[in-house]
Design a protein around this ligand. Structure first.
Ligand SMILES: Nc1ncnc2c1ncn2[C@@H]1O[C@H](COP(=O)(O)OP(=O)(O)OP(=O)(O)O)[C@@H](O)[C@H]1O
Length: 223
């Protein structure tokens, strides 16, 4: 299913080479394709470069050569020396291990999503938007707990909430369910789907699980 008309550009236009390491152990990823669906799954075996792909879009890794376009907007173009730093891309990147701040509570982790850059003032104590997301994500009872005191599903929701509170233009989710048992994985997958519907955010979901990719996303890209 394609989420755009001929008049609108694809969600992503990608033509790049990105690499990790050097010498004989060097890993190279060549990508030349458009992603037209607003919900794309990226599948592939372990080590095929799925995280590298996502990190190149997010700007966490610089492509060695080529172009990364989000809609009509270039985020990197080596031919023109153009590079938009990750914090200016307006993209929500969710790490595989959630990367929650261990010294902050669930509510504070959510609030941390609101900060822009390093120098902004500290979060307000009662932020209505944070409060709303605590309810929406079913985290009300865990608001005052620390990451080591919550379950994998709660950690996953906290990370998602933190990402969404930054009001991204698109989501990049790296194996968001990998730490969860199969039943919870299914439940949170369906929750995510409902949430994406309500937010109308384009998303790329990295997963090992082909069935999950087919179930949750419109287009499946294999690396
Ligand atoms: N610093 C590095 N130097 C060289 N190669 C690296 C380096 N880091 C990772 N790699 C290799 O790059 C490849 C791509 O890694 P990447 O993490 O993108 O794969 P992946 O598909 O996301 O894997 P997984 O599903 O296991 O997370 C892997 O084969 C990995 O071994």
């Amino acid at each position: 299913m394609s989420g755009h008309s001929p008049a609108t550009p694809p969600v992503w236009q990608l033509d790049f080479t990105a690499a990790l390491g050097r010498g004989p152990g060097r890993f190279e990823l060549h990508v030349n394709r458009q992603l037209s669906s607003r919900r794309t799954a990226l599948v592939g075996p372990s080590g095929s470069g799925k995280s590298l792909f996502l990190q190149t879009l997010a700007g966490l890794v610089r492509a060695e050569r080529g172009r990364v376009m989000f809609g009509a907007e270039p985020l990197q173009d080596t031919a023109r020396g153009l590079w938009v730093p990750p914090q200016q891309r307006g993209l929500g990147y969710m790490f595989q291990d959630y990367a929650l701040f261990p010294h902050l509570t669930v509510a504070q982790n959510l609030a941390a999503g609101r900060r822009r850059g390093w120098l902004n003032p500290p979060r307000r104590r009662h932020d209505p938007e944070v409060e709303a997301w605590l309810d929406r994500l079913g985290l009300r009872d865990t608001a005052g707990l620390y990451p080591h005191q919550i379950s994998g599903g709660q950690a996953q929701r906290t990370a998602l909430g933190r990402t969404l509170l930054a009001r991204p233009r698109a989501l990049l989710l790296d194996e968001p369910f990998s730490a969860l048992d199969p039943a919870l994985r299914r439940e949170l997958g369906s929750e995510l789907l409902a949430l994406l519907d309500s937010l109308d955010l384009p998303v790329i979901l990295v997963t090992h699980d082909h069935a999950e990719a087919e179930r949750l996303m419109d287009e499946v890209v294999t690396l």
